[in-house]
Write a new protein. Structure first.
Lengths: 405, 373
């Protein structure tokens, strides 16, 4: 370059430069060793003596709750390992309980030891941090999240907290059709089985089916949608016409036919639900990819010599994540409903394994005389699906900048 | 000195609904190590397609670099024809040997990654640095392009930076792997004037420090005058004039260049209306016969409408694609009679009947064009 006519100094407008960018903590009083020691013995109390009431109470109460559960089911914890064979779900439940206790204990300690000393961040919010801030303000969605977390915790802890064996039949004369009582909080069904225990065990089926099936459809949908959108042309045509074809089948009938042809097991139901649910994800992802593909940062990635696979996986898919997360959350609710429908029709999970759907079907005949058999699993479905829908709506509001207020 | 990049007879055609669009039609030029080559021309003259062809980023189909086109790039191992190398080799060259920065810094950075990570990614991909080394280098690069407190900026997201900052980051990414050629496609168009000056100054300084060649694509003649060593003027997918910046600006040989220069307002001189080039760039699917500029050229006569002039060599490193080279007397005659390019040209020009390449109001909005070209 020959001429350099302008002689501007390099002084771009620069706001942030403080001498010490770590100056100032989050307005929290310094943490002493005593606080830490107290927190290590009694999580939450370290916060309470510092006057941080809300955080302290949350830590203290959850710690107390989990410790209480552990205390009540103490015998069973030993029973899991003492028996002739070690049941997998029992080990998982004990592991979960241990992990939950550890998380609360460690969380309280971490908050005091690390986060209280962390500087106020005057810069640097990722779009996720911004979305989190918006999500927190949405109380209903936070409630949905809490319910969802509690549901999953309960599901994992089921072998420890369910009072009865879900398949064990009681005395067919004495204990059938018992209305809710202290011993059977949700009554018993026509075989004298405890409905409360069965609802707990049924949650395992419903929640894991929802989770795994939606996970499967998101994987397939994201793969199909991103490949179709990115490569375009005939790849796009072939994949999207196939998607359209899949969409044009009534899903329920497809499910019924498939399950009728093979022996219905839980895994078959999961796989079929996953394989018939990916089309919407594929369309969402394809739409996003189409608009992202022409953005300049994708062109810039090509200019830097990146391969197609790398561009799709690292530069395009992370940008399509927000709508997919929303869809997945809402999809779990739908999938739980479909599983209940299938089980109700006798095509899903087979008795005696309890699932909410087949429990409702069981109680159908006795609805007038023993309302509790169908009602409680029905309520469980309502609460679960509502929680997921509220969470999904909240996530959509938080993740979509156009909907933020 | 051997040229580092030698483009010869580059022809890039697109298959469009309206027919075959010959967007770049026989362009040849050379870039020498350490020099800055400007490519100027109106919208639709093929500047950007030329640069994308060099990077082999033309979407195929509908686009295609025609057989016979040569893009010779010289590196340590010898000469490679970029029009012919495999996509695999080309990926290795992109970003590593030839880098590119774009017009729109606002959207050229991936919004979900920290800016530092975007520099790191390229460094790790091409130079195989460890995470830690790449981060160090990324901070160094940010410092090099004049970003204050780079240790902090490296962890920020694109939306936290201003437009000028982002263009600096783009330059840092482009230069991280020490390319031999940097293609800057209108790097300052989207920025305001003071930031423009800073970015150009920065490119100037970096070129001196790092010694790469720059191809600067722009429609801003002021930018060319300030920063370039040599310039080629493109019109209708062809090179119309080539030469050193001083020669071309002081003594434009091609009527198109003359028209461009006459349409710039000058500080100090007062005139009611600027001289303009009448009409607009014709559509790439139906270039006029003869000289592609003849319909808009005040010097045109029957010969220019029928025969296409070759790119005459008119001096050392000086070329012009115009029949006036063989008939210099026409220029003086016309100037005496009508004054060549005149302010009235826009209103009385023959260009009104030419099919438009850009927006329909492009030819009419005299004010806007005066500012740009």
């Amino acid at each position: 370059m020959v001429h350099s006519q302008t002689d501007l100094e390099f002084s771009p407008p620069e706001p942030v430069a403080g001498e010490d960018p770590t100056a100032g903590t989050k307005g929290r009083t310094p943490v002493s060793g005593g606080h830490l020691a107290l927190s290590a013995v009694l999580p939450g109390f370290g916060h309470l003596v510092r006057g941080e009431w809300v955080v302290g109470m949350v830590f203290a109460l959850t710690w107390a709750a989990f410790l209480g559960v552990a205390f009540i089911v103490w015998d069973r914890i030993f029973g899991v390992f003492g028996g002739p064979r070690t049941p997998f779900d029992g080990v998982l439940a004990v592991g979960t309980l241990g992990a939950l206790l550890l998380v609360v204990w460690g969380g309280a300690l971490y908050d005091l030891a690390v986060r209280a000393k962390r500087p106020v961040k005057r810069y640097g919010d990722s779009q996720w941090a911004i979305a989190t801030r918006h999500f927190r303000r949405n109380r209903i969605a936070v409630a949905g999240l809490v319910v969802m977390l509690v549901l999953y915790a309960v599901t994992l802890l089921t072998p420890l907290i369910a009072p009865f064996d879900p398949a064990a039949q009681g005395d067919i004369v004495q204990t059938r059709y018992l209305s809710p009582s202290f011993e059977h909080p949700m009554g018993t069904d026509k075989f004298g089985r405890d409905v409360y225990s069965r609802v707990l065990y049924g949650s395992r089926i419903s929640l894991s089916i929802g989770f795994v099936a939606v996970g499967l459809s998101v994987l397939i949908g994201a793969a199909v949608g991103s490949v179709a959108g990115y490569f375009g042309r005939w790849t796009d045509t072939v994949l999207m016409r196939f998607t359209d074809m899949m969409l044009s089948f009534p899903r329920l009938i497809l499910l019924i036919v498939t399950i009728a042809l093979f022996e219905p097991t839980i895994w078959l139901v999961v796989i079929v639900l996953g394989l018939t649910g990916w089309m919407s994800v594929a369309r969402i992802v394809r739409g996003e990819v189409l608009s992202l593909r022409s953005r300049e940062f994708i062109q810039a990635a090509k200019v830097l010599g990146m391969s197609d696979a790398r561009i799709i996986l690292r530069h395009i898919l992370p940008n399509t994540l927000a709508p997919v997360i929303v869809y997945a959350t809402l999809g779990i609710g739908t999938t739980i409903l479909i599983e209940a429908t299938l089980s109700f029709l006798g095509l899903g999970v087979q008795p005696p394994t309890p699932s909410w759907g087949n429990m409702i079907a069981d109680g159908r005949d006795a609805l007038l005389t023993a309302w509790w058999i169908s009602t409680f699993p029905g309520l469980a479905i309502v609460i679960t699906v509502t929680a997921f829908n509220l969470l999904g709506d909240g996530l959509r509001d938080a993740l979509d900048p156009r909907l933020r207020t | 000195m051997e040229p580092i990049l030698k483009v010869s007879d580059l022809r890039t055609y697109f298959r469009a609904d309206a027919g075959l669009a010959r967007a770049v039609d026989g362009v040849s030029f050379e870039v020498h190590p350490g020099e800055t080559l400007g490519i100027v021309g109106e919208s639709g003259s093929g500047k950007s397609v030329t640069s994308l062809s060099v990077m082999r980023l033309i979407p195929e189909p509908p686009g295609e670099i025609q057989p016979g086109s040569k893009i010779l790039f010289r590196d340590n191992e010898g000469e490679k024809d970029l029009a012919r190398v495999t996509e695999e080799e080309m990926r290795h060259i992109r970003g590593n040997d030839i880098a590119m920065i774009f017009q729109e810094p606002m959207t050229s950075l991936n919004p979900v990654f920290k800016v530092g990570d975007q520099i790191v990614e390229s460094l790790r991909l091409h130079q195989g640095l460890s995470k830690k080394d790449a981060r160090e280098k990324a901070i160094d690069m940010l410092r090099l392009v004049g970003i204050p407190i780079p240790e902090q900026r490296v962890d920020e997201y694109p939306h936290q930076l201003s437009g000028g900052m982002r263009q600096r980051v783009m330059i840092a990414i482009a230069l991280a792997c020490d390319p031999k050629v940097l293609i800057a496609d209108e790097p300052t168009t989207a920025l305001d004037v003071t930031i423009q000056a800073q970015i150009l100054e920065l490119l100037n300084r970096l070129q001196e420090e790092l010694g790469m060649a720059i191809i600067l694509i722009t429609h801003d003649l002021g930018v060319v005058a300030e920063t370039c060593d040599r310039v080629i003027v493109m019109y209708a997918g062809q090179v119309f004039e080539e030469g050193s910046v001083e020669d071309v600006f002081r003594d434009p040989q091609n009527p198109y260049t003359e028209g461009l220069l006459r349409s710039i307002p000058r500080l100090g001189s007062h005139s009611e209306r600027l001289a303009v080039i009448p009409g607009v760039v014709p559509s790439a699917t139906e270039w006029p016969t003869g000289c592609r500029f003849h319909a808009r050229c005040p010097y045109g006569w029957e010969k220019t409408a029928q025969e296409e002039p070759p790119l005459f060599e008119i001096g050392p490193g000086r070329k012009s694609k115009c029949w006036l080279v063989e008939h210099p007397e026409r220029r003086e005659e016309i100037r005496r009679e009508t004054g060549g390019f005149t302010p009235e040209g826009a209103l009385t020009g023959t260009g009104a009947s030419t099919p438009a390449a850009g927006a329909p109001d492009e030819g009419v909005d005299v004010q806007a064009r005066d500012r740009e070209v």
